[in-house]
Design a protein around this ligand. Structure first.
Ligand code: AMP
Length: 210
């Protein structure tokens, strides 16, 4: 398979070329066709498999095809268990989105509360963050989730290990209902816990195992 078989929007296929990606990785090859069709996917993939590009290409394809709301609320929410991972995802998003106008805001704990809050209030398309800080902004009305069209949970198994699962359940319950949004979940293992989470909040998720 080639990236050209996926019919990505032109700014994304150009970025993929600029980044030197020649062919999709196995997870991209398996997950991108159902994802680009709008399906929910639970993917078993570790770091290094190309899972980040997989969910960013999905989110950006979707956002390029929908209207940015006047209220500036984000349309994609990506949750990662650690600050390092959130930063890495935002850097990848800057790369993959280099030929788009999509704005990414990064929210993680420990530092930068005021700046991140200002960034959210300015409006953006994609929010990448860690659970604690996202919950804090949500409770204060700074993160508004009513326009979320795509919700992505990365490293779901670590969300359980690190005690974030209630936050993830909470965020799932505060985004638009399942018929109005797409949900993606990636995890190094699709354990019973992770699959239960997937089946509780996702619509007939396609399981992708690498
Ligand atoms: P990840 O598993 O998301 O951490 O990605 C691992 C690395 O693979 C990152 O540096 C990506 O830029 C790179 N990558 C992702 N997809 C591809 C691809 N199709 N071809 C070559 N490199 C890729």
């Amino acid at each position: 398979m080639h990236f050209s078989d996926l019919d990505l929007p032109e700014p994304l296929s150009r970025a993929v070329q600029d980044m030197g990606f020649e062919t999709p990785t196995p997870i991209q090859e398996q997950a991108l066709p159902p994802l680009l069709d709008g399906r929910d996917v639970a993917g078993q993939a570790q770091t290094g498999t190309g899972k980040t590009a997989c969910f960013l290409l999905t989110a950006m394809t979707r956002l390029l095809d929908s209207e940015r709301p006047d209220n500036g609320n984000p349309r994609a929410l990506i949750v990662a268990p650690t600050r390092e991972l959130a930063i890495q995802i935002a850097e990848d998003a800057d790369q993959i989105g280099m030929h788009t106008e999509l704005a990414v805001t990064l929210c993680y704990g420990g530092t930068g509360w005021d700046k991140q809050a200002r960034d959210l209030e300015k409006g953006c398309d994609i929010v990448v963050g860690t659970p604690g800080r996202l919950m804090d902004y949500y409770r204060r009305g700074i993160l508004r989730t009513s326009n979320i069209e795509i919700f992505i949970v990365d490293e779901a198994d670590r969300m359980f290990d690190m005690g974030f699962i209630r936050d993830i359940q909470f965020l799932f319950s505060r985004i638009p209902p399942r018929e109005k949004r797409q949900a993606l979940l990636f995890s190094a293992t699709l354990s019973q816990n992770v699959l239960t989470l997937a089946y509780r909040h996702m619509t007939d998720p396609v399981e992708v195992l690498i």
